[in-house]
Design a protein around this ligand. Structure first.
Ligand code: ACO
Length: 438
């Protein structure tokens, strides 16, 4: 039997609202009929307390630092899986059998190269174009080549399109990078696995092969895996919003890339490295920087700290911190910014400002160190995040696409602007007195 919550309105009217309970015991009040029954809507700026959908993909308990993909703890996924297996798990809900894994692997390989005339579009961007701008435009453009009919009829077609998008997003990303440094775009190799192949396309040249070390490949695969999904974050909610209007998968994913670009979201990994570099190359001490961050008037934030959902610790940050330590040891890279990051973390975690607001390092705090050690340029960091997040966007798009009850997302608002008023003639508006148009 469903329990009800009872809401009493200012006029004394009471209304019973059903309580929905999720599979992990999360309780939510279903207000979908509230306006119809009472004339009231709810307001929740920045959606801090709003469940926008019911989803079976990823579970987060921000107070306990729990993250699970389809029920599997992120620590297990990180230890036992690969980015591609995690992608299949997220999109289809179960760990793939050997046959399913091999079929998907073949699809990834078959769909890794870009059509020749598609490659010409890269030369249309100016050399200073940000790779996120190229990525979003090219993913949208890819729809015309991959899915001209725009309709995915069945799971077989979804598998082909998902493989194509996951495979080509990395080919597009590396091509965007090569274009930006005026080097020839590399073709994917058919004898390399996903992440190794990406590093090859990033760093090989026609006259010199780049062969990444297993440690480098594994560290990048881990980075991608940890970014693969994170329930209703800004970009995934954007993908779902676009998908709810029945836009095709490519248009929805391109919108996700645009949302991810922001400095408070996926752009934070780039911002962390820029912050560390700025501190390192200036006279500002860590203490002075933290003091500035705490002063609200400065509008400066400690990038890579804080999270809307995690109020204890971000489990991905713990895994990446260890991976960053290991990788730098193995590769014998001495990056002074890692030491700086460690000192900043220690100072912030002991400071009352951060303790009271429950601000902890998030996934971006250490990911930039790993990407730097791998030789990835800073302006590509958010692109790497987008490659990692693609399976989550596809899984969320598919969840809407498969749901026969799915409806278009259309929030309401509380209007706080001008009430109705008479039109002002030009002569009544102040400024220079041009004659009123006839
Ligand atoms: N540095 C300093 N102060 C902070 C920080 C920070 N990084 N994050 C939050 N605060 C403070 C706010 O100023 C505010 O203080 P107040 O109560 O005195 O006004 C309080 O903590 C609450 O902050 P909100 O902005 O309300 O928190 P919100 O949940 O809206 O924002 C966010 C979360 C955007 C992640 C924020 O913590 C932030 O800007 N962090 C830095 C950017 C970043 O690392 N983003 C990556 C997030 S993870 C991801 O997208 C993959």
């Amino acid at each position: 039997m469903t329990a009800n919550a009872v809401l009493t309105l200012p006029d004394g009217q009471t209304v019973a609202l059903p309580v929905v309970v999720g599979s992990e015991g999360e309780k939510a009040i279903d207000i979908s009929r509230l306006r119809y029954r009472t004339g009231h809507i709810t307001v929740d700026d920045a959606y801090e307390n709003t469940g926008s959908c019911r989803s079976a993909i990823t579970f987060i308990d921000g107070d306990r630092g729990v993250l699970r993909y389809r029920g599997y703890p992120i620590e297990e996924v990180a230890k036992r899986s690969t980015f591609i297996e995690a992608a299949q798990l997220l999109i289809w809900g179960e760990l793939p059998t050997t046959e399913q894994r091999m079929r998907f692997s073949d699809l990834l390989t078959d769909n890794s190269a870009l059509p020749e005339d598609f490659r010409r579009h890269f030369s249309g961007f100016p050399p200073h174009a940000h790779p996120m701008s190229i990525l979003s435009a090219m993913i949208n453009c890819l729809q015309a080549y991959d899915l001209p009919g725009q309709v995915i009829d069945d799971e077989e077609e979804l598998e082909r399109v998902a493989a194509s998008l996951i495979s080509k997003v990395r080919t597009i990303a590396s091509a965007a990078y090569k274009s930006s440094i005026s080097e020839p775009i590399m073709y994917p190799r058919y004898d390399m696995k996903y992440t190794e192949n990406f590093l090859h396309m990033m760093f090989s040249r026609p006259y010199r092969d780049y062969v990444p070390s297993p440690e480098a490949t594994r560290a990048l695969d881990l980075f991608l895996m940890l970014h693969a999904d994170h329930e209703q974050n800004c970009s995934t909610s954007t993908v779902r919003m676009v998908a709810s209007g029945q836009a095709n998968l490519y248009a929805s994913a391109a919108a996700g890339v645009c949302a991810l670009w922001g400095r408070l979201h996926g752009g934070a990994n780039q911002a962390v490295l820029e912050m560390l570099t700025a501190i390192q190359t200036s006279d500002v001490s860590i203490h002075d920087y933290v003091t500035k961050v705490k002063d609200r008037r400065s509008k400066v934030r400690l990038m890579g700290f804080g999270h809307r959902v995690y109020k204890n610790f971000d489990p991905r940050a713990l895994i990446l911190k260890k991976a960053a330590d290991d990788l730098l040891d193995q590769m014998h890279v001495a990056d002074p910014r890692l030491e700086l990051a460690r000192q900043l973390e220690a100072v912030a975690l002991a400071d009352d400002y951060f303790i009271e607001r429950r601000l902890y390092p998030n996934v971006d705090f250490y990911s930039g160190i790993i990407l730097t050690a791998l030789g990835i340029p800073v302006e590509m960091f958010t692109v790497l995040f987008a490659i990692g997040r693609m399976p989550g966007w596809i899984a969320n798009w598919a969840e809407i696409h498969r749901d026969p009850e799915s409806r278009i997302y259309r929030p309401r608002q509380v209007y706080v602007g001008q009430t109705e008023r008479p039109w002002l003639l030009q002569s009544q508006r102040g400024g220079s007195s041009e004659p009123d148009p006839v």
